[in-house]
Design a protein around this ligand. Structure first.
Ligand code: C5P
Ligand code: MG
Length: 212
């Protein structure tokens, strides 16, 4: 009797271990979303230091690709960035996929993605069965605070979109295209929100609770 019970227990433990190890072997993703200036990059650096994630910024990957002289899509990327428009997902998802699978880490923060329905659909199609999306960290900040931060950053960032003209367009894109994506994930209970209109350290005290 005891032998049968032990055998059954061993089998269930084995099954549990297989299912846990299968889940663990897929890259674990946290998407970080929020308006321009909400603090995505700043908070991602702190999460990396404390929780050992690898940070991938969709915007940074696109800017690096734009600089690459052999890239065929550099001009398209530059036009989109200046106009605050979203680059077609094939390009962005391709860059993210390459970066994820070139890295040994299994935990990734993807900042600034998915930014619209094209991003979301393209990601689901290409990556849906290859990774697990743990949750969406939504950094929620009033537009006036974001504007001040970005215009201040524009004094030194050298970015072609940290100016009043581009910023207006970036906010429009954010409200019209990105907020609906956050709502979409909210329906699945996947969004963890943090209000970010205070100092980076104060924000991080709120953020860290979602990772502990
Ligand atoms: O996130 P970040 O502010 O660095 O993005 C800068 C710009 O990069 C966006 O305004 C947009 O033009 C482009 N971008 C994009 N698709 C993404 C992320 C960024 O087209 N998923
Ligand atoms: Mg950024």
């Amino acid at each position: 009797m005891l032998a049968i019970q032990t055998h059954l227990l061993n089998r269930s433990v084995c099954r549990l271990l297989v299912s846990v190890s299968k889940k663990m072997s897929k890259p674990q993703i946290v998407f970080v979303l929020g308006g321009p200036g909400a603090g995505k990059g700043t908070q991602c650096s702190k999460i990396v230091e404390t929780f050992g994630y690898t940070h991938l910024s969709a915007g940074d990957l696109l800017r690096a690709e734009r600089k690459n002289p052999s890239s065929k899509v550099g001009t398209l990327i530059e036009r989109c960035i200046k106009e605050g428009k979203i680059v077609p997902v094939k390009i962005t998802c391709g860059l993210l996929k390459t970066a994820i699978f070139a890295n040994k880490n299994t935990k990734f923060l993807i900042d600034g993605f998915p930014r619209n329905k094209d991003n979301l659909d393209g990601w689901d199609e290409e990556m849906g069965d290859k990774v697990d999306v743990q949750f969406i960290l939504y950094l929620d900040c009033p537009e006036e605070v974001c504007t001040k931060r970005i215009l201040n950053r524009g004094l030194t960032s050298g970015r072609t979109d940290d100016n009043v003209e581009s910023l207006k367009k970036r906010f429009q894109t954010y409200v019209n295209e990105t907020l609906p994506i956050i709502k979409h994930y909210e329906k699945d209970g996947k969004v963890r929100s943090v209000v970010t209109d205070c100092t980076p350290d104060e924000v991080f005290e709120r953020v860290r609770k979602h990772f502990s």
